[in-house]
Design a protein around this ligand. Structure first.
Ligand SMILES: NC(=O)c1ccc[n+]([C@@H]2O[C@H](COP(=O)([O-])OP(=O)(O)OC[C@H]3O[C@@H](n4cnc5c(N)ncnc54)[C@H](O)[C@@H]3O)[C@@H](O)[C@H]2O)c1
Length: 460
């Protein structure tokens, strides 16, 4: 049941009844999908003020339609490992909503991938993509494949098999996948090669996150992490704070985390801790990013190797304990639900000023409620980590024009997009009665763009 603290006049009661009725259907139609239901509940709750103000969304059945994917594809991915044994994984692609543009969203290779995870990510992506102001719909994909410990040849054979089936459903004007956890430039390169071979033509715009020698955009690698820090900078400036001289903790040590640390350091912050799935490191002198980049990007090593090279640094094998370290700014950049109620309490009691989500849905609902009650500045993933997909849309634009922009040009556009996302979210929060609440603001601002387009396009 979805509840709200807002005053219950007739229109808000109508909105509450509508949202609860639709959520009940979503719940009964999607049993055993906790992450998807968590995301739907969270977004529906924050849309109540918009539904109450604009009954057209009820009349046109927008929530019923927006919470049901346009298409969900699952498929067998057979491949042969280095010992000659046949392996089978399950591939997924959810094409959630194409009302404002072709489906767009990343690809996750991780053993935990299932329908629930893919649908939660795809659902969130609809609103995030709309927030960027770029013409892109929402999608997501992946496979329950574990790239850890696999040889490059195994990764290539798996990825080629995945693309062989996926190629039936994607295209530069249909659905444009990109990377996510476990899928970086190497995997995108293999996917692009296989797609090109099967199509018999060069369609650079079918995937984003490509290498810069074959249609990739400069600054795409850095975009999510840099964009996160640009967004947090807007939040901080609005409240008289700044990165300069602040203590920052970043969870994860992957693509998002590394470039968030880099930009935060450029803005004068001291990053004292980061983590991977094997533990976290704490370096009171400030993390040496060159070491992290070498260990994680070149050597595929584990985070404990940092402590072996930097004697002043401490390693702890419980990655969740990273939130016990006092900080001014916390940037969760690893995975979903990594900040629970206890972690949130620790952060608040230790005096954190701002939290912004580089990962998708890293804070659970209880943690978010606590941040809200304690008036901690909170940047939800949908807005804060939208820089990656925004630059992916810029990559698509460059591919269509057969042009390649400079790093500086793309970075400047990213900066402007993150500024706009912040302003749109904060303005929507104010206009719909939740001033300063970026969760409400981001969800409502994204929803209105998609909902209005769905109404104009008719019942499809
Ligand atoms: N890459 C992008 O452009 C992008 C864009 C938007 C959102 N995201 C989201 O950001 C998150 C990270 O993505 P990425 O691309 O950096 O992936 P990645 O695979 O490059 O890195 C993930 C990192 O998190 C670590 N990790 C995993 N589980 C952990 C845990 N429980 N505790 C601590 N560390 C853990 C891994 O060891 C790794 O260092 C995901 O939620 C992803 O959906 C990524």
């Amino acid at each position: 049941m979805i509840t709200t603290q807002q005053t219950k006049d007739d229109s808000s009661q109508l909105a509450i009844d509508y949202v609860n009725a639709v959520y009940k259907t979503v719940e009964s139609r999607n049993p055993g999908e906790p992450e998807f239901l968590q995301a739907v509940k969270r977004i529906f709750t924050s849309l109540l003020p918009a539904i109450a103000k604009h009954p057209k969304y009820i009349k046109n059945g927008i929530l019923e339609r927006i919470s049901e994917p346009e298409r969900l594809i699952t498929f067998r991915v057979p491949w042969v490992d280095d010992s000659g044994k046949v392996q089978v994984n399950r591939g997924f692609r959810v094409q959630f909503n194409s009302s404002i543009g072709p489906y767009k969203g990343g690809t996750r290779f991780h053993p935990t991938v299932n329908t629930s995870i893919i649908k939660f990510l795809g659902f969130e992506q609809i609103f995030k993509n709309a927030l960027t102001g770029q013409p892109i719909g929402g999608g997501k994909g992946g496979a329950d494949f574990n790239p850890k410990g696999k040889s490059t040849n195994e990764i290539m054979r798996f990825t080629q098999s995945y693309m062989t089936e996926l190629s039936n459903y994607i295209g530069p004007n249909i659905d444009i996948p990109a990377g996510d956890i476990g899928v970086g430039a190497r995997e995108i390169g293999f996917m692009f090669g296989q797609y090109k071979r099967m199509q018999g033509g060069y369609e650079a715009g079918v995937l984003t996150g490509k290498g810069d020698r074959f249609g990739g955009s400069l600054a795409r690698t850095e975009a999510t992490g840099y964009g996160l820090v640009y967004f947090v900078n807007e939040m901080l400036q609005d409240h008289g704070f700044s990165f300069n001289g602040s203590r920052v903790i970043v969870s994860g040590a992957g693509n998002v985390a590394i470039y968030a640390m880099e930009k935060a350091m450029q803005f004068g912050a001291k990053v004292v801790a980061c983590s991977d799935s094997t533990g976290y490191i704490y370096d009171e002198k400030g993390i040496d990013l060159d070491t992290i980049k070498r260990l994680k990007l070149d050597e595929e090593s584990v985070i404990s190797a940092y402590a072996a090279e930097h004697p002043g640094a401490l390693f702890n094998e419980n990655c969740g304990d990273i939130w016990t370290i006092p900080c001014d700014i916390a940037l969760p950049c690893a995975t979903q639900n990594e900040i629970d109620e206890n972690a949130a309490k620790l952060l608040i009691n230790n005096g954190v000023k701002a939290i912004a989500e580089g990962a998708n849905m890293p804070s659970n609902q209880n943690a978010m409620d606590l941040f809200n009650e304690s008036h901690i500045l909170f940047g939800p993933s949908k807005a804060a980590n939208a820089g990656g997909v925004a630059v992916s849309a810029l990559e698509m634009a460059q591919n269509s024009m057969r042009l390649a922009w400079s790093f500086e040009k793309v970075d400047a556009k990213l900066h402007e997009i993150m500024h706009n996302i912040y302003r749109e979210s904060i303005n929507a929060a104010e206009a719909y009665g939740h001033p300063g609440n970026l969760v409400y603001g981001a969800n409502i601002a994204g929803f209105i763009k998609v909902g209005d387009a769905m109404i104009r396009e008719g019942v499809i």
